[in-house]
Design a protein around this ligand. Structure first.
Ligand SMILES: [Zn+2]
Length: 1045
């Protein structure tokens, strides 16, 4: 086997050099045509990000970094301890008279205060930087990539890094048998391997030695959890929230609330009662017929990419369908929820190594679903060995025994399971909903709880420094909260609270009965404490008027502030303390680089280094935010960060607070309520989604796979608590995850393998629920079959995740090399090991025909691009997106869809609910495809751009844009008027249809030819050459050169 991590191709450095700007020296084998140059030339220098047209940051508003606020510095006070002064809030519309600030004698030395614990310089990070460069894949058995280890100061269990997979087989801990199945599951909250469980009635001896504390933290949460509480009050959890119909064993097919935004048509897997009318199937009946199926002939084609240049399908690229018997495949998990980079799993690691393709899973486990089967049953049937949930791919040996598809143990069918609640027939366990749905949700019985499910708790933390007030964001956020207050997911137990901060921290007492909110100021940021903790997080129903009162007044309260300092770290500490007893969600709004107290940061971006691949600060400058995030995670608290800043704010450091606590990062560069209306609209839309979308609390997720496979690296926002248990204090429906896998033991004895993810969470209604997805894939023994089953989108998504890690553990240029080598290595393997006759050209299997294009798109993506002026925070944000976005949105961001829309017709249109939705073909991302007499829509996931050519027809201008002529298209136009014309109806129907397919609301920018934002539009023209990056054709030539070496 090749040495781990050592690239097998010698082309690493070559690839990089070419990528980094030697393009022009290559000669020009392929010219994109005169149109390109005309369009490109005027724009190249402006290529900056979506806001390049906007007024720049507001430097005069930036706080002086070192000067202390004179007020707080002068206010000495004697009390060392709790410095709390109360100030009665004077009511709406008035500026608060803040009481004299008291400050600790220590504050005189505040100059040293803001200096955070600085980690050693990046170069000293041990071992992490010694990662060999050039390839992800040489030897997929490489030690788990150095995921998350860049924050060097924390070690051991503090690292969000999966321990070596060798411990995985310990899943088979619990072999004791009890006849009462309720007891089998009791105290074993769903996701927990039996070896990790605590509080069960039948623990074997080896269970007690394992990480009980982590389990308690994750599962039960902190100090509220006492085993007695749960065991003696098994009903406790069910008393909260709305009661669920109790018809055990019962089955409901419950549409979940808040599932707008996804057309039913996008759900292909069977759901609902109808699905159960089919003939009973069990995987054991079908495995024999798996082979002998052939792919669609198109899929067997070998393609010379240098000859067939337009391989991009004109309709959205569909994931490959696993080569399974249709009776199995129709039960399989929807690829939008769960997919694998290789839909045919190589039998051995050696075979996988040969293919040089990454093996991994991409998950969108909590996606909003239109229909979700929900099972309420006293018995949740799981494998007694490996704790897998019974699923469509198990085999029934007879009515009374089923064989686990992950560990092959034969289990008994519990008596309750013999009855099918759907058909009300006894004796057909194979027809139970659990065995008919690859995606299913269980209502967890109270035995699955270590403490009563937590209430929904929302804490909002607002930056109210001068800088923040200048952006005007507070007005919008407070208004949005007022508008959506009744839509916050929750129940009668929902709690809410608010903290504001500048150089001090302000709390708001909202206790029921007060006539108005009461502000409490804590100026001792060195040792933050919580004044009146019981009144700060209040029941939303009981204190709604006070909350509304506060939200109406908050934006005015600080309008005259001169406070320039930002004590974000201490404010977060306060928020953490406030939330610790319950868990919940913290939403932080920050507008500048924090510069006071713990967690203070220093500017370290060097603008003239922005386009370079070297010496940029991608790693956190302090471990403060990561450590705090881990504390939060331990108390079931997640932190979502909204960064609205025109200046460098060190997102690399700040983002850790969300990454490790399973939160999300939102970024609005140069947010300003007047100067940047587009960002205002974006924030408004995203806040609406954020505030109203589903949320799961105190969640954990575990992914299991068939014996022989092993999961070794996780990507996403979470903390890996034990071997493979992801701690997710919050889970939201817009978060994606990825994992890397390897083949540990040969899979020669099996034809099918399965993967199962199980997400245990507390709903906003206070129910404990388990959402389970199971994916089944065939095992293959030849390299050709592995290639034929490759899922190029999933591969690109996983590679992007790996590349982000590589950027951080090694360098950006190293990551770029590795991306290029991933293409070279796999296509070389295909050429030398699969193709029998060596033809000239760049030969690829049909499945990988878009691989070079997507990797080129990755290289031009904000995360990995070089040669253009990418602001550091924007790059880091793009990397956050790579890690946290579900695959389908990530691919749209990386390789947007381009449509011509000035000539939409009803030909081939979809008809959905009496709406006619045109289906224009998807165009290649090249200016060759544009023309000045047309209008082109680019769908880039979270943003859409409609470029209108200078000579665009009057028809489109008048009947779609509603303007007289080209010149009268407004500079900032972000909406199309609803006109009474067929053209308008078609265009709007098409754009709405695109929007409906995602849960967030992409803003539409209408771009005129001279609009500065056109640079962004052109930057997405992945196939074209720029000053610093190859064209698609040049890239193919480079790949070919390396492959044919
Ligand atoms: Zn099992």
């Amino acid at each position: 086997m090749s040495q781990p991590g050592v690239p097998s191709s010698g082309g690493a450095s070559t690839g990089l050099q070419v990528q980094n700007g030697a393009a022009s020296s290559l000669g020009s084998p392929y010219v994109n045509g005169p149109v390109q140059n005309a369009l490109m030339s005027s724009q190249v220098s402006v290529s900056q990000g979506y806001n390049s047209q906007l007024p720049g940051p507001y430097p005069h508003l930036m706080p002086a970094k070192t000067s202390l606020n004179p007020v707080s510095a002068q206010n000495n006070y004697g009390g060392s301890q709790t410095v709390c002064t109360l100030s009665n809030y004077q009511g709406p519309g008035q500026t608060l008279n803040r009481p004299p600030m008291v400050s600790n004698p220590v504050t005189t030395s505040l100059h040293s205060g803001p200096v955070p614990r600085m980690p050693p310089p990046t170069s000293q990070i041990p071992a992490a930087t010694s990662m060999p460069s050039g390839s992800f894949l040489a030897g997929v058995n490489l030690p788990p990539p150095l995921n998350w280890q860049y924050s060097s100061p924390s070690t051991g269990s503090q690292t969000n890094h999966c321990p070596h997979p060798s411990s995985q087989p310990s899943i088979s801990g619990n072999t004791n048998v009890t006849t009462n199945h309720q007891h089998v599951f009791s105290g074993d909250p769903s996701l927990q391997n039996s070896c990790l469980k605590s509080g069960g009635t039948s623990n074997t001896s080896n269970e007690s030695m394992v990480v009980h504390n982590s389990y308690d933290e994750i599962e039960g949460g902190g100090f509220l959890a006492t085993p007695q509480l749960t065991n003696k009050n098994p009903k406790m959890g069910r008393n909260v929230g709305y009661s669920y119909p109790s018809l055990p064993p019962g089955y409901q097919n419950t549409p979940l609330p808040g599932t707008t935004g996804m057309p039913p048509s996008s759900l292909n897997y069977p759901s609902g009662p109808l699905a159960f009318n089919q003939t009973p199937v069990g995987a054991n009946h079908l495995t024999a017929s798996v082979h002998g199926l052939s792919l669609h002939p198109e899929g067997l084609r070998v393609i010379n990419l240098l000859q067939e240049r337009s391989m991009l399908p004109t309709t959205p690229l569909q994931p490959p369908v696993p080569n399974l018997h249709e009776d199995i495949q129709k039960l399989n998990c929807n690829p939008e929820l769960f997919r694998c980079t290789l839909t045919s799993i190589p039998q051995t690691q050696a075979l996988l190594n040969k293919a040089k393709l990454p093996l991994g899973l991409l998950l969108h486990p909590f996606k909003d679903l239109v229909q979700l089967p929900v099972v309420t049953s006293s018995t949740i049937v799981r494998c007694r060995s490996c704790r897998t949930y019974i699923n469509p791919f198990v085999s029934f040996l007879d009515q009374r025994r089923w064989k686990c598809n992950l560990c092959y143990r034969v289990n008994d069918v519990p008596e309750e399971f013999m009855y099918n609640p759907l058909t009300r027939v006894y004796g057909e366990p194979h027809r139970r909903p659990e065995v008919q749905n690859a995606t299913i949700e269980f209502m967890a019985p109270s035995e699955y709880m270590l403490r009563p499910p937590q209430p929904p708790v929302y804490l909002f933390v607002f930056d109210v420094s001068h800088n923040a007030v200048e952006t005007g964001y507070l007005n919008l956020v407070c208004q949005s909260l007022l508008d959506n207050l009744d839509l916050l997911p929750g129940n009668t137990r929902t709690k809410i609270g608010f903290i504001t901060f500048d150089s001090t921290i302000h709390f708001y007492s909202l206790q029921e009965g007060l006539s108005q909110p009461q502000m409490l100021i804590v100026s001792d940021i060195e040792d933050v404490f919580i004044p009146m903790p019981e009144n700060l997080l209040v029941n939303l129903n009981e204190s709604k008027e006070l909350v509304q009162d506060l939200l109406k007044t908050l934006p005015q309260m600080f309008t005259k502030t001169l406070e320039t300092q930002s004590a974000l770290g201490p404010a977060l500490q306060a928020a953490f303390k406030l939330m610790s007893p319950t868990g919940g969600r913290i939403s932080v709004f920050q507008t500048q680089l924090p510069n006071l107290g713990v967690g203070a940061l220093k500017p370290r971006e060097e603008p003239n280094q922005r386009s370079s691949a070297k010496e940029i600060h991608l790693t956190p400058s302090t471990d403060f935010y990561k450590k705090l995030a881990l504390d939060c995670s331990g108390q079931q608290v997640a932190v979502d960060l909204f960064l609205l800043s025109g200046q460098y704010s060190d997102l690399a450091s700040l983002g850790c607070i969300s990454r490790y606590s399973a939160g999300s990062v939102y970024y609005y560069p140069s947010y300003h309520h007047q100067h940047n209306p587009v960002q205002v609209q974006k924030l408004q839309k995203e806040l609406h989604r954020y505030l109203t979308r589903k949320i799961g609390f105190e969640a954990v997720m575990r992914i299991r796979c068939t014996k022989g496979l092993s999961i070794h690296t996780f990507h996403g926002n979470f903390f890996v608590r034990s071997t493979d248990l992801l701690s997710l204090p919050n889970v939201n429906p817009d978060a994606g995850y990825a994992v890397q896998m390897s083949v540990e033991e040969n899979l020669t004895d099996t034809q099918l393998v399965s993967f199962q993810s199980a997400l245990l969470y507390t709903s906003s209604k206070g129910e404990r629920r388990i959402r389970v997805h199971t994916l089944c894939l065939p095992v293959v023994s030849t390299l050709n079959e592995v290639f034929l089953g490759a899922d190029v989108q999933a591969i690109s998504g996983l590679l992007a995740n790996m590349a982000v890690d590589r950027c951080i553990t090694a360098s950006l240029s190293d990551a770029r090399d590795a991306l290029v080598n991933a293409v070279i290595d796999s296509l070389s393997a295909y050429r030398s090991l699969v193709l029998s006759n060596q033809q000239p050209g760049l030969m690829v299997p049909f499945s990988l025909r878009l691989f070079p294009l997507f990797v080129l798109a990755l290289l031009k993506q904000k995360s990995f691009q070089t040669g253009t002026n990418t602001r550091l925070d924007e790059r880091i944000f793009a990397m956050c997106q790579v890690k946290n976005q579900p695959l389908v949105y990530f691919m749209l961001t990386t390789h947007p869809s381009l449509y011509r829309v000035d000539n939409l017709s009803d030909e081939g249109a979809l008809n959905i609910n009496d709406r006619t939705i045109p289906q224009p073909p998807i165009l290649q991302l090249s200016v060759e495809k544009l023309s000045r007499d047309g209008a082109f829509l680019m769908d880039a996931g979270s943003v859409m751009m409609l470029w209108v050519g200078k000579n665009c027809g009057q028809n489109f201008l008048n009947h779609v844009l509603g303007v007289q002529n080209y010149a009268s298209i407004p500079q900032t136009m972000t909406d199309l008027p609803e006109l009474d014309t067929a053209e308008s109806a078609r265009t709007i129907a098409f754009i709405s249809w695109l929007r409906e397919q995602r849960p967030f609301f992409p803003i539409l920018y209408v771009i005129r030819d001279e609009s500065p934002i056109k640079a962004n539009f052109l930057q997405n023209m992945v196939e074209d050459r720029t000053e610093s990056a190859l064209s698609y054709y040049e890239f193919l030539l480079h790949i070919q050169q390396q492959v044919n070496k």
